[in-house]
Design a protein around this ligand. Sequence first.
Ligand code: ATP
Ligand code: MG
Ligand code: FE
Length: 338
Amino acid sequence: TWILGIETSCDETSASVVRDGRFVVSNVVASQIAIHRQYGGVVPEVASRQHLEKITYVVEKALNDAGLGFNDLDGIAVTVGPGLIGALLVGVAAAKAYSYALRIPLIPVHHLEAHLYANFLAHKELAPPLICLVVSGGHTSLILLKNHLEYEILGATRDDAAGEAFDKIARVLGLPYPGGPALEELAREGDPQAVHFPRAWLGKDSLEFSFSGLKTAVLNYLKNNCEEGKESFLPDVAASFQAAVIEVLVEKTIMAAKKSGVPDVCLAGGVAANSTLRELFKQKAGQEGLRFYFPDKILCTDNAAMVACAGYYHYLAGDFAPLTQEACANHPLIVAKL
Ligand code: ATP
Ligand code: MG
Ligand code: FE
């Protein structure tokens, strides 16, 4: 079974062919980072226009790289939300057009489930149940995957997402967009124990997150300690901030696994590309006797392979959408059953 995935929820135009849900045959990602960098962040209208310019080329390249033609495809999976509405619309409209023209199913995919499913591409032996921390630019959520496509949200952030905190702190440190990778780079030269920033545990057993207090603490610290010619301490601030975020992410993910008695724990989402997070997660999960997984970095940030992977399981379940399918900026992962 060949599924074409399409992803345009933010600033990556991506298309990918995945075979039988687990094998990435091609994965084309056209990043708009260089374009948005001059504005210091994603400009939604610019993102939509870029998607529109790139989408057909990216889809055709994904097929070419796979050595396939349109007629070989069995289904079109597309991110329908959450994300930037104008950006999502481009992918959804394209997917509908391909689905209609080729007379193959249109498969709607949730962006967070796609991030989670990246783990199934990276690890062929992986199967539910599992716990996954989806940690990205807009989300920080602990999800229990009970069976394929069956989710329970165990905890989420009450305010900022971890990636958002990385991006904001990076910005005040004078780093370019996107802040996460740049901050990680700066932190490499710093001492993570130089400054003790607060960890928001939110109660002993809480699986919720909060990063706005940490953000304020870093901003205040910079305000009170930043003098001309003292730029040398910025790597220490970056490293200490990163350590504060990561410690909470790892501790709560492990707590979630222990509480639910699930031995398989995964990371997903853009922040899961962070090497310090991957290392600490590996170390702590290993100590606890848990099996731990994370995708290659390219499968952590936005890409269409993860969309095609999740789409394959929806394909097996017969979850197809009509051509009236809409893009949804605030798409819930779990749709309440009445
Ligand atoms: P969402 O998935 O919640 O809709 P998004 O799609 O914009 O948001 P992703 O593409 O999954 O987010 O991830 C982008 C985020 O990941 C950004 O906030 C970015 O700074 C962060 N990020 C990427 N690489 C790293 C890294 N090495 N360290 C920390 N953060 C990182
Ligand atoms: Mg992005
Ligand atoms: Fe994402």
